[in-house]
Design a protein around this ligand. Structure first.
Ligand code: FES
Length: 85
């Protein structure tokens, strides 16, 4: 996930990014290939005052691709998933 975030130059100020990443991990634990609508629905509770939403979406698509390539999708029930509201 961090690699994808870096590749897409996702953060701006960084304030919201830990929550964005936690929600993204939770999404990929249940959906290995989310479309834009699924991403938007999963990330809806994360507010970013810097407006990084398009970059967050691209980073999630890239992370899903990387996880699939490495056959290493996050498992449901991990700490990241459990911490997501
Ligand atoms: S990156 Fe600044 S609030 Fe999201």
């Amino acid at each position: 996930m961090q690699q994808a975030w870096l590749e897409m130059n996702t953060p701006q100020c960084g304030y919201c990014q830990s929550g964005q990443i936690m929600s993204a991990v939770a999404l990929l634990a249940t959906n290995a290939a989310p479309d834009d609508a699924a991403i938007d629905a999963a990330m809806a509770g994360n507010i970013c005052r810097c407006g990084t939403y398009p970059r967050v979406r691209r980073a999630i698509h890239r992370a899903a691709e990387l996880f699939r390539e490495q056959d290493a999708l996050p498992a449901a029930g991990t700490a990241a998933v459990e911490a997501t509201p």
